[in-house]
Every structure is written in structure tokens, then in C-alpha cells.
Design a protein around this ligand. Sequence first.
Ligand code: CUA
Length: 160
Amino acid sequence: MNMHKYEKIWLLFGAGTLLVFLIVVGISAFYMGNQPPSCAVTLDPEKVDEAAPFDEPGLKQIGDNEYQLTIVASAFNYDVGNDDKVVQIPKGATVHFSVTTKDVVHGFELVGTNVNMMLEPGYISTYTNTFDKPGEYTLLCNEYCGAGHHLMAATIEVTD
Ligand code: CUA
């Protein structure tokens, strides 16, 4: 079969790009451990306030610089366990997020990190992140959820 030179180049380019994408996805998934957030755990969205751990939202130390952070989202608020909506964690801490929503779908994006989840009523969204850089990280809702959507935010402060 006679193939035009440009066609060969184009085919090689296509195959090469595919290979590069597979390598990037492979490294991201198996070496860096990036997985889609799991939605395997369910709960009754009308009984969030009674169900552990969501009956007591906030930060709990569970190990050596390791924390469980439980957050309840609702229109238009993140309940992080205090009225200031600020969570302070030490630098280098590993935080296991456990989040759910009481009403509609909300977003859960921690700007500047890989933490980015969708919160769906009836499901518990989890993610683990290690905070190596000190600073203020804004937690915001990136799913339109109603009139107060743009007000829905909280802060995670990583201290030195
Ligand atoms: Cu909650 Cu937008």
C-alpha cells in the first residue's frame, strides 16, 4: 500500500499523542494516586445531622499530624464546626475530608490543591490531601446551587 508522506506523519503524530496521554494518565493514577472521588458510601440526606460523623462537623486529630475533617454543606454554607468558617491545620498535615450535602448538589473546591469534589445529596464524598505549603486555602462551591451560591465559602489555614 502506498501511503503519502504527510499521512504517515499525521498517523505517527496521532499514535504518539495517544501514547503520551496514556502515560500521563497512568503516572497520575498509579504513581501519584489520583483517583476520582468515590461515591460508594451513602446516607439519608434528611438525617445528616444525626448521622456520625456529620452530627459533629469539624477537625479531629486521628494520628501523628493526621486529621479527619468532616464538613456538612447546605445552601449556602459549609459547616466546618465553627462560626468563623476557618479550619486551622499545621503544615505537612494529612487531612481526610469527609463531606456531604443536606439539600442540593454543591461543589467542593479547595483552590490551589487537587481537592475538587461534587457533593450529592445521599452520598459521602471523600478525599485525602497532604498540605505541604503553608497559607490560606479558600474552599468554594463550584456547582451553581441557588441565589447564594457565590457566598458559599470557607477557609483552610495551613500554619507553619
Ligand atoms: Cu453551593 Cu453553589
